[in-house]
Write a protein that binds this ligand. Structure first.
Ligand SMILES: Nc1ncnc2c1ncn2[C@@H]1O[C@H](COP(=O)(O)OP(=O)(O)O)[C@@H](O)[C@H]1O
Ligand SMILES: Nc1ncnc2c1ncn2[C@H]1C[C@H](O)[C@@H](COP(=O)(O)O)O1
Length: 226
């Protein structure tokens, strides 16, 4: 019996991993996809034509970057649909608007007109009955200090040059955002409770939680339909 069957995770599940920059989303995405034999939908940082420019000048590039991310995530959504699910997705589309666009708008690094244009595009593309939401959003949470250590250790130059206040603001916004998020079921996991890098068994403890959670959600759905 493979791990997907062992933990009763449906073969067509779409699981998205959310959380602040550096918390461990890509690591979790790869670990779960390997264990389940699922495909990954990863954020491609190296080929992003705006990201470096954005970190150097938020005001000039924030709108361009958000439009780029929206297009990329929609392309990925189409790919996931065409394969019929069985995906682990590195970051949800909801964070683009709920965290990044909102934060840059409120901090004055995205103009009100650009924010309005972006938000109306997002609303008409994503917040509709035609947009398939993931089966589960795994929210990774961790202390600010641990997250900053991980950003430092990873060493992406553009992130090293960004003031700590930016990451602090984002960390606080994530906590508020997840408390009011309701677009799909959420499973919260604290990064202090597992270690995917040094502990071979850690992925199975996550799969165990995911399996239980999906079974519970499906029971609730069945009761609601009846
Ligand atoms: N369990 C862990 N323990 C220690 N370091 C970790 C762990 N998980 C991830 N990391 C490291 O933290 C950094 C950020 O992880 P990453 O998965 O790239 O985060 P994200 O995709 O959320 O930005 C990477 O250098 C990664 O190797
Ligand atoms: N929507 C976004 N707006 C601004 N910056 C973003 C957005 N989505 C991702 N990013 C940045 C943050 C990081 O520097 C890289 C990759 O994110 P990560 O959380 O490390 O996977 O892109």
């Amino acid at each position: 019996m493979n791990l997907r069957e062992k933990y009763q995770i449906p073969h067509d599940s779409v699981i998205t991993i959310a959380g602040t920059v550096g918390v461990g989303k890509s690591t979790m995405t790869n670990a779960l996809a390997n264990a389940l034999n699922f495909r990954t939908s990863l954020e491609k940082v190296d080929t992003n034509p705006y990201l470096d420019k954005f970190y150097a000048d938020f005001e000039r590039w924030s709108f361009h970057l958000q439009i780029y991310f929206l297009a990329e995530r929609f392309k990925e959504q189409k790919r996931i649909f065409e394969y019929g699910g069985g995906f682990i997705q590195d970051r949800s589309i909801y964070e683009d608007t709920g965290i990044f666009a909102k934060m840059h708008h409120e901090k004055g690094t995205m103009t009100p007109v650009d924010y309005e244009t972006y938000s109306s595009l997002f609303e008409s593309m994503v917040m509709t009955p035609y947009f398939p939401h993931p089966d589960l959003l795994i929210y990774l949470e961790g202390s600010f200090d641990d997250v900053v250590d991980r950003i430092k250790n990873r060493g992406r130059p553009m992130e090293q040059q960004t003031p700590l206040a930016y990451w602090q603001e984002m960390h606080e916004r994530y906590e508020k955002w997840i408390n009011s998020f309701n677009s799909c079921p959420i499973l919260r996991i604290n990064i202090a409770d597992y270690d995917l890098i040094n502990d071979q068994n850690a992925v199975e403890s996550v799969l165990d939680k995911v399996g239980h959670f999906i079974q519970q959600s499906r029971k609730w759905e069945t009761r609601l339909i009846k």
